[in-house]
Design a protein around this ligand. Structure first.
Ligand code: MG
Length: 369
């Protein structure tokens, strides 16, 4: 059996092409942690974690340190015993889902490379072309409408729209976008916890006529009972995002009947292992899932796309984070077009890696030989 001989930790600091505003923050760059896990058979598994202060409670600095501590724990061990390795990481340090995600993705990538299979095939999935929505950040209604129109003209099949600055502004945004794109394009809202119960019910009721497919996280992350009450009175389906990290959250939300959808993000679920559990609970409860993202490069996006091909219950795809980047730091993996189509490669594993140029210019640490 192979053993882990060396782990590279790379801190990718990726500038955005435009500031991206959501109800929680304005983002100007992504700061992602990559791990490259080398084994004694000469194979390398690559994983990415996206620490986010306002979602996972991690940042790039403490993420880099956590990745280093985990690396010291992992050297000399068998990387193919994924369940045992992940349990050790979870027991070693509480939380840290984004950094545990980086290792989870690297282990699955490595396992697929040993099996000489693409990751979706290793997990029993069926290759398909995915259609990601394109996401529009918070801005003036006319600016958002213009961007929406451009996306639809490019062939995008669904839009995700960030809202959450106030009732009248949010209503004006949705009206302007629907007028610009016409009927028939599904619109997914994301309030990123901005509203209280009354505001949420008020706004969602007023939006009933605008063909809104779902509203993501209308309330603060902790308010599971409030989500249930909003769902009972809203004409629009409700999705949990910041409220759902792991299988325990999924079980509680499903038991309460609090939401119609789960938004699975690998950085919250600590990778594929946790995501499969959330999806299974959703499927058992009749709750469809979205595969969403934070600010993943094509490494995290590729791993997510492979997972979607394994889980038919993951019905909605929100994978467009690489379009925010001024420059893509990774190579290989999925092919992503401006119309939102995502096509998987037949490379072994998820197929993506950091480009040599970005390895060269990024903060990097090597643990092991
Ligand atoms: Mg969200």
């Amino acid at each position: 059996m192979p053993t882990i001989t060396k782990i590279e930790i790379i801190d990718l600091n990726i500038p955005f092409n435009h500031p991206f505003k959501i109800a929680l923050a304005v983002m100007n760059s992504a700061h992602n942690i990559i791990v490259r896990v080398h084994d004694s058979d000469g194979l390398i598994g690559i994983g990415e974690g996206v620490p986010s202060r306002f979602v996972t409670g991690e940042d790039a600095d403490n993420g880099f340190e956590s990745a280093k501590l985990y690396a010291q724990l992992l050297i000399g061990k068998n990387p193919l015993e994924i369940n045992t390795r992940l349990r050790e990481l979870e027991q070693y340090m509480l939380k840290n889902p984004a950094i545990r995600c980086a290792y989870d993705l690297a282990f699955y990538d490595l396992l697929a490379k040993h099996a000489e299979l693409p990751l979706y095939a290793l997990l029993g999935g069926t290759k398909q072309v995915l259609h990601s929505n394109r996401t529009i950040g918070i801005d003036a209604p006319d600016k958002m409408a213009k961007i929406a129109k451009q996306h639809v003209e490019n062939g995008v099949k669904a839009l995700k729209v960030k809202v959450g600055t106030g009732r009248n502004e949010d209503l004006a945004r949705i009206r302007a976008i629907r007028e610009a794109v016409g009927s028939g394009i599904p619109m997914r809202l994301d309030a990123n916890q901005a509203w209280d119960e009354i505001t949420a019910i008020n706004i969602l009721t007023a939006l009933a006529e605008y063909e809104i497919e779902v509203c993501e996280q209308p309330l603060p992350y902790w308010n599971f009972e409030g989500l249930k009450r909003v769902r009972e009175r809203s004409p629009i389906a409700i999705m949990a995002d910041e409220s759902i990290f792991d299988a325990h959250d999924a079980f509680r939300l499903a038991s309460l009947g609090a939401v119609d959808y789960f938004n699975i993000k690998l950085a919250k679920s600590a990778g594929i292992h946790g995501a499969l559990k959330i999806n299974a609970i959703g499927e058992a409860a009749g709750i469809k899932c979205m595969l969403g993202g934070m600010s993943e490069s094509l490494i995290g996006v590729s791993a997510g796309a492979h997972l979607v091909c394994v889980c038919p219950n993951i019905a909605l795809h929100d994978l467009d984070s690489p379009f925010h980047f001024a420059e893509e730091p990774s190579i290989g993996g999925v092919d992503f077009q401006v119309n939102g189509t995502v096509t998987l490669s037949d490379a072994y594993g998820h197929g993506a890696d950091v480009s040599p140029e970005w390895v060269e210019k990024s903060k990097r640490l090597v643990i092991g030989d």
